[in-house]
Design a binder for this molecule. Structure first.
Ligand code: MG
Length: 302
């Protein structure tokens, strides 16, 4: 027996001796248990998700399901501000985020289009702050929006500078701007949550945040890693849809698994909303509650 074998044998012997003499209760008390994670799943619906004609009907439906957030579009927010505010009064539902609604785009080459973005986005940001939204969702440039600044280092620097100004304005209004990465078919400029998070970091404003959308996140190699890369500092919102065809979660049981992403959200103690942005392949009265139930099961599983 060489020296290494001697130590190995001695240590094994000491371990066995300790195990034999220790009371069983001591082992059960010391055995590692997975800590219970009580992070709640806070669900939100975009305007079109709940059945119902009026806001009151939609909010009644949402309340019955325990939905905590409502995500209107920016134009709808501006045109129905008082109605939204009145209908939310006394309810356990808050505005989660505002989905875009501005005109123009931030990377427009045409100064008139850029100016249109600046003014309409700021108008929506101001209303979003007043109504207590976590932020206003935006995409830097869709593939179809042209002429667009070229995808270069200079453009990225420009984007960060512009976002800094916008983020500081949003902070003054009591809200944020939230970058949404899409997929390559819709917006080649920004496709990954980690890239959006890096832009948030480089924009150097607490008012610039990002989000993940489970539908677009098919671009990602890992839902878990994507959310973790944004972390608590930058992740402000999440969109939800069936991964199969962007309809209700659960319509494609083979693809509609969110557990890996949910694991990250739970580990981050993610305090914001997971908001339905999706179509519906059938009766909303049936498919929407089924989707909510499915997500709650998978959240528990995560
Ligand atoms: Mg989305």
């Amino acid at each position: 027996m060489d020296r290494r074998d001697f130590f190995k044998t001695s240590l094994m012997g000491a371990g066995a001796l300790a195990a034999a003499s220790a009371p069983a209760a001591l082992f059960s008390a010391c055995s590692p248990k997975a800590p219970v994670n009580n992070t709640p799943l806070r669900l939100s619906f975009q305007h079109g998700i709940a059945p119902g004609e009026s806001l009151a009907e939609k909010f009644d439906f949402m309340e019955k399901l325990g939905i905590e957030g409502y995500e209107p579009g920016g134009q709808y927010l501006l045109s129905h501000f008082n109605e939204i505010e009145q209908n939310l009064r006394g309810r356990a539902i808050k505005v989660s985020a505002i989905c875009a609604g501005f005109k123009g785009f931030i990377l427009a080459e045409d100064p008139a289009v850029k100016a249109e973005f600046d003014s309409t986005m700021r108008e929506i940001v101001e209303a979003a702050g007043k109504i207590g939204s976590t932020g206003v969702i935006m995409v830097p440039a869709f593939n179809g929006q042209k002429p667009c600044m070229p995808h270069t280092m200079e453009t990225r620097d420009y984007l960060c500078e512009q976002l800094h100004e916008l983020g500081e304005y949003a902070l003054k209004c009591g809200t944020t701007v939230i970058l949404e990465p899409l997929n390559r078919k819709e917006a080649f400029y920004l496709r990954l949550v980690s890239d959006a998070a890096a832009i948030c970091r480089d924009a150097k404003s607490e008012g610039v945040k990002c989000m993940g959308d489970f539908w677009h996140m098919k671009e990602e190699t890992s839902d878990y890693a994507a959310f973790m890369s944004a972390g608590t500092e930058y992740l402000r919102h999440v969109h939800m849809a069936s991964k199969g065809d962007r309809k209700m979660p659960g319509e494609h049981p083979d693809t509609d698994r969110y557990v890996e992403g949910f694991k990250a959200l739970k580990e981050l103690n993610y305090p914001y909303y997971v908001s339905f942005e999706c179509g519906c392949g059938g009766d909303r009265e049936v498919l929407v509650p089924a989707a909510v139930e499915l997500l709650r099961q998978q959240w528990t599983e995560a």
